[in-house]
Design a protein around this ligand. Structure first.
Ligand SMILES: [Zn+2]
Length: 418
């Protein structure tokens, strides 16, 4: 069987045929060069208007487009590009179905690499297929751009907005997800966490689609609250449980850290050494070793212990079914905290009071989407960013996140290579 026969099965072009296949050794690497020629009687297409146009001239050198490797050999489609004299656009380079103007990799090969980049890191993919990190990046970028152009944005009724830190010096990204209808996916990424960045999402979505949104989930970040009130005022706005708990945990951690420092400075027994996760974890998640340590620790009259007990008590809130009773619980709990003289927690209690109506919306919207979904997405983003070692540039993170979480459509293929 000839390589040509295989190629005609998996990648057949209407207006082009495969010619000779030969072995080429370049820089110590063997590759298969497959000649591609225009099919007899078929006209070239203008890359500008995609219409047939008369041939103007040929390039002096053939171009090599990298295709999916075969048995460890790199495969190149070798083709002499033509220029057309288009009556509409003037003299333009022709359009070829296997590649676009920008890339040296064929579309099929880019889709192949991008598909591997779902399970392996980009560095790993480049190593595995003897290509560069940049080429893997361009492959994923191509697939993501195609997906963004062809995705369907209808039927979005619930969204969540989240912020994530991506650089040390307080650089944030704004992420918007679709949360409804079993279609949990990343819809949008913006630089910063400002009114402008979140507003840009609604500009992209358009007024018609924005008007169909019934539920919006967010944290307490002011610019987000502002944009939600402006752009989707019809929706039930829910302050997400995950973010509220995260804030209380952060306050508790402050209490523990400063009390630990005070005790050390006063030369007291270091009771709080290595207690961070002991106090932050839910009791049901403690290990066998941690459990007795916590039991011992709570016997001491420490501010951290009182803060811990208040944090644990707050978890009861989520067991309420009626918003009215949940509201009464919030009143009682915040009053207790305000009397506790634990400053970081008092600060959070005030915030919770101020946002009580939005927090109670969580109970009204119960069942609209699963409560753990925002937390799950937040973890997945962090995981992608950790895996993407070397992603220092915004564009790279954007592409990686859309690729892993955007549930984007992909071009149809006649043959799946992997
Ligand atoms: Zn044209």
């Amino acid at each position: 069987m000839l390589v040509k026969t295989i190629l005609n099965r998996c990648e057949r072009f209407k207006c082009f045929v495969y010619g000779q296949v030969r072995f080429v050794t370049e820089a110590g690497r063997d590759s298969l060069d497959v000649e591609v020629k225009p099919r007899k009687g078929s006209a070239a297409l203008c890359s500008c208007c995609h219409q047939a146009a008369p041939c103007y001239d040929h390039a002096s050198e053939p171009r090599r487009f990298e295709f999916v490797p075969l048995w460890g050999y790199a495969v190149f489609l070798v083709y002499v590009m033509r220029r057309v004299d288009c009556p509409r656009c003037g003299v333009k380079v022709e359009e070829v179905p296997w590649a676009d103007g920008k890339h040296q990799l064929t579309k099929t090969y880019m889709q192949f690499l991008a598909s591997w980049a779902r399970s392996l890191s980009w560095t790993e993919v480049s190593r595995r297929f003897q290509t560069s990190w940049e080429k893997v990046f361009h492959a994923v970028e191509y697939i993501v751009e195609w997906g963004l152009q062809h995705r369907n944005l209808d039927g979005i009724t619930a969204i969540g907005v989240d912020e994530i830190q991506w650089k040390k010096n307080h650089k944030y990204l704004t992420l918007v997800y679709q949360l409804n209808g079993g279609a949990v996916r990343l819809l949008w990424i913006g630089k910063d966490r400002t009114v402008e960045s979140f507003s840009a999402f609604f500009d992209m979505l358009g007024d018609k689609r924005s008007a169909l949104i019934e539920h919006v989930c967010s944290d307490m970040w002011k610019p987000y609250l502002q944009v939600i009130a402006q752009r989707v005022s019809q929706a039930v706005h829910i302050l997400d449980r995950f973010h509220i708990v995260a804030r209380i945990n952060k306050a508790l951690d402050e209490v523990r850290a400063s009390e630990h420092r005070r005790m050390q400075a006063a030369g007291r027994e270091p009771l709080l050494t290595k207690t961070r996760w002991l106090l932050l974890k839910r009791p049901e998640n403690l290990t066998e070793k941690q459990e007795p340590r916590l039991r011992e620790l709570v016997q001491y009259n420490l501010q951290s212990v009182r803060a811990y007990l208040l944090k644990e008590e707050f978890q009861l809130l989520w067991t309420y079914i009626s918003p009215a009773w949940a509201g009464k619980f919030i009143d009682r709990w915040t009053t207790r905290v305000m009397r506790s003289r634990i400053e970081p927690l008092k600060r959070e209690a005030l915030t919770i009071r101020r946002h009580k109506p939005l927090i109670l919306n969580w109970f009204k919207a119960k069942g609209a989407f699963s409560s753990g979904v925002v937390e799950g997405l937040n973890n997945k983003v962090k995981l992608t960013m950790r895996k993407s070692y070397g992603f220092r540039h915004y564009k790279t993170i954007e592409i990686a996140l859309y690729h892993s979480m955007g549930a984007l459509p992909e071009p149809d293929v006649t043959h799946r290579f992997c």
